[in-house]
Design a protein around this ligand. Structure first.
Ligand code: COA
Length: 331
């Protein structure tokens, strides 16, 4: 089967920079606490009126430009987001509308922080089986509107942020490059350790003044449990995806890990025994943008010349669900 490969990458973040000092004026926290516990120095939050699909559009246009393609060259969209513009329909169709591409399929993937890896695996399967030739894969999130921006929500509010990344996947012309393998997992036993309770179709009505009064519309997180599982699952998954391709950690040219928290990334780097030049982190500047962190980091690496043809790139993510997974790519 024909492998898929990356034809273009792009990302977009809102213009509004939110510093740690700004958050410290809104809740009981400090720049020092946020930097030492999470690594984050600043993040981007949307202004009222800016949407996730608009960020997704900007990221997609940059990816199309790099690929030398027009929107009309895309055969399908896979859109990963846990924070869609609306409960229904998904962001994929809004992006399709903004791009002006008539009637191509647009699928939303809901796999939270692992959304980009899962979305990539769907697009890869479509290309490998010959169903579609060029697939636009987007990871975008607006988390800022779902945060409890007060002392009660401070352990979550300081971490999450807004942004979008996009890639165009197409067919590899030879067998020596492209996406090599995926490793995907979930463990629903931990669903409520990082979740948004309401609105939900199990409630009549789906959202009520009572829910809002209780703050059930906010992203809720058991930070210690997330940390404990993340530092085990991501290295485990990196080793698994490498071993399925007959390679080992020593072969990694670049590890692009989900930017959940710098301490998680550092613990994983230590566990895997990777040098600083084998990893890339940008959480300091963007915070945790959920499904967008990996495509944003990928685009920064591509545009800064950090990746060379033939490099072995491993992408790995862990998050709400719990869901986690990795992709191994020969660049
Ligand atoms: C959220 C996280 C940074 C909190 O760090 P921690 O060392 O586990 O801290 P705890 O939650 O035990 O809290 C320690 C203290 O800091 C306080 N605290 C929490 N958030 C704070 C903030 N933003 N500012 C200042 N103090 C804060 C807590 O209230 C607690 O105070 P106490 O000891 O008086 O009760 C950490 O658990 C973490 O990084 N978890 C993973 C989160 C993550 O990556 N999520 C995304 C996954 S996709």
């Amino acid at each position: 089967m024909t492998r898929s490969r990356f034809l273009g990458t792009g990302f977009a973040v809102p213009d509004r920079v939110v510093t740690n000092d700004e958050l410290a004026r809104l809740m009981d926290t400090t720049d020092e606490w946020i930097r030492t516990r999470t690594g984050i120095q600043e993040r981007r939050w949307v202004k009222e009126g800016e949407t996730g699909t608009e960020l997704g559009l900007q990221a997609s246009q940059r990816a199309l430009e790099m690929a030398g393609l027009e929107a009309g060259d895309i055969d399908a969209i896979v859109y990963a987001t846990s924070s869609p513009d609306h409960f229904a329909p998904g962001n994929g169709v809004y992006l399709q509308r903004l791009l002006g591409i008539a009637t191509i399929p647009a699928l939303d993937v809901r796999a939270q922080c692992s959304g980009f890896i899962y979305a990539l695996s769907v697009a890869d399967a479509w290309i490998r089986t010959g169903q579609f030739r060029r697939v636009l894969v987007v990871g975008s999130e607006i988390q800022s509107t779902g945060l409890e921006v007060s002392s009660a929500g401070r352990h979550v509010a300081v971490i999450f942020a807004d942004g979008a990344g996009a890639v165009i996947l197409g067919r590899a012309e030879s067998d020596d490059g492209g996406i090599l393998a995926f490793d995907l997992h979930s463990e629903g036993a931990h669903a409520e350790k990082l979740w948004v309770d309401s609105p939900g179709s199990m409630y009549h009505p789906r959202v009520s003044p009572q829910h809002i009064g209780e703050g059930r519309q906010y992203l809720q997180m058991d930070g210690r449990e997330v940390f404990r599982h993340a530092v085990v699952r991501m290295p485990e998954s990196v080793r698994a995806v490498l071993s399925s391709t007959g390679q080992s950690v020593a072969d990694i040219s670049l590890l692009l890990a989900h930017q959940a928290n710098l301490r998680i990334a550092e613990a994983m780097q230590k566990d895997l025994g990777l040098r600083d030049d084998q990893v890339y982190n940008n959480i300091m500047r963007y915070g945790n943008t959920t499904a967008a962190t990996i495509p944003i980091a990928l685009d920064e690496c591509v545009r800064s010349g950090r990746l060379e043809r033939g490099d072995l790139v491993v992408m790995t993510a862990f998050g709400s669900g719990f869901m986690w997974g990795s992709a191994a790519v020969r660049w």
